[in-house]
Design a protein around this ligand. Structure first.
Ligand SMILES: Cc1ncc(COP(=O)(O)O)c(C=O)c1O
Length: 404
């Protein structure tokens, strides 16, 4: 095909012309997808190694999820929480059971789940723990990524995410990630929660040292502080377990979930916790017009049922070992570091070779779509329906890119 009849360049130009430039996407324009594969407007196919930042854990258009969405579209899409609909209780119950918690509070985006977690923790602090009015603080980690609201970026350590969005919300103490002593020292009588990603995804799939999460659990219990695990990216099968916390046998007081919960179809997020925590909210104190809507619940019920079988967690664990073996073979051949948990990998490319962005552009030319995070780090998070052969294909493409 000659360049002037390709649709991609014009489509890229149009997208840039009509939107704020808050993203720098790869110059590819997708028009359809199935499973682990994307097709662009010119008919070229790509292996999806980002999976919508883990929102597509079950692949594009998983038949069970699409069927649930279609069926629900034909019956009822929105009621608001002013009325109860017939998908609501099943969703909340099945998700609560998956989490081993009493209650679920549904929202839409991940950032909303985080905001909800912060609000609940503060209210719990004042009403249950007995913190003096206005004094609550929450301990968070350097390198965190919890979303984009003004409160959340207030405790970001990424200048791009934070700069010029002040005045910032007070009440957060930032400590180095993975440093239990620093975290323990930061807790005082006004601390209501520790908010952490059990693995820092946006930071480049950073896995904390073994023993860190159990240590956080223990200190939170001892000091009467809620442990809030932001599993929005790490949860729901991505790491080879239902939750990343499971790898260390840790049960937080609150799970924050999102992304894959909506099956890649609708935004669905949720907070799951026990009654002593989520029970602090009373009517009128928190809410969302779209949170827990019938379409969202219908899709998310099927997501929870897919996870309840354990099949996707197993796939992720098994295929993750193949991914790990392939990627570790490239250390010293263009990679300087690799971190893998299930089907989630952070790769540090030798900065002398190329940036993460350049690597992703070259991968795209070889039919693999991935995303850089910071500098020369890229993240791979393929849909959990990816096959062994497709993993090998991605690793081979990366090897070719690194070999120049
Ligand atoms: C760990 C974590 N928390 C929260 C969010 C925010 O989710 P959303 O973009 O749906 O608001 C993200 C998004 O990448 C995330 O990775």
């Amino acid at each position: 095909m000659v360049d002037d009849i390709l649709r991609t360049p014009g489509a890229v130009r149009d997208a840039e012309r009509w939107t704020a430039h808050n993203y720098h996407p790869l110059p590819v324009v997708i028009s359809s997808a199935e499973g682990a594969w994307l097709t662009d407007v010119d008919g070229r196919r790509y292996l999806d190694c980002l999976a919508g930042y883990s929102a597509l854990n079950f692949g594009h258009r998983h038949p069970q999820l699409i069927a649930a969405a279609h069926a629900q579209l034909d019956r009822l899409t929105l009621t608001s929480r002013a009325f109860i609909h017939d998908q609501f209780a099943d969703f909340c119950r099945e998700l609560a059971e998956l989490c081993g918690k009493d209650l679920v509070l549904p929202m839409n985006t991940g950032a909303e789940a985080v905001e909800t977690g912060i609000k609940v923790a503060r209210k719990w602090g004042y009403q249950v723990k007995g913190v003096s009015p206005g004094q609550a603080n929450i301990v968070v980690a350097e390198g965190n990524f919890h979303g984009r609201t003004t409160t959340i970026v207030s405790f970001s350590t990424d200048e791009d995410a934070r700069a010029d969005f002040g005045p910032y919300t007070p009440g957060f103490t930032v400590v180095p990630y993975g440093d239990l002593a620093a975290l323990t020292a930061a807790i005082d009588e006004n601390t209501v929660a520790v908010l952490l990603e059990p693995i820092q995804g946006e930071q480049g799939v950073v896995v904390p040292p073994e023993g860190y999460l159990p240590g956080v659990r223990q200190v939170c219990t001892e000091r009467d502080v809620l442990f809030i695990a932001d599993e929005i990216q790490s949860g729901l099968g991505r790491t080879g377990a239902t939750f990343a916390c499971d790898h260390e046998g840790v049960v937080p007081d609150m799970y924050l979930l999102g992304k894959a919960l909506g099956g890649g179809i609708v935004p669905v997020s949720a907070v799951a916790a026990n009654t002593d925590v989520l029970g602090v909210l009373k009517p009128g104190q928190h809410g969302s017009t779209f949170g827990g809507n019938p379409l969202a619940c219908a899709v998310a019920i099927e997501v929870v049922r897919l996870l309840a079988t354990g099949e996707f967690q197993r796939r992720s664990a098994e295929l993750g070992e193949r991914l790990r073996a392939g990627l570790e073979g490239l250390v010293g051949k263009g990679l300087v570091g690799v971190r893998v948990r299930g089907l989630w990998a952070g790769l540090d490319i030798d900065p002398a070779l190329m940036s993460g962005r350049e690597a992703c552009e070259r991968l795209m030319e070889r039919g693999v779509l991935a995303k850089d995070t910071h500098g020369s780090t890229i993240r791979l998070a393929p849909p959990l329906v990816i096959t062994e052969e497709e993993i090998d294909q991605a690793v081979t493409a990366l090897a070719e890119v690194l070999a120049g």
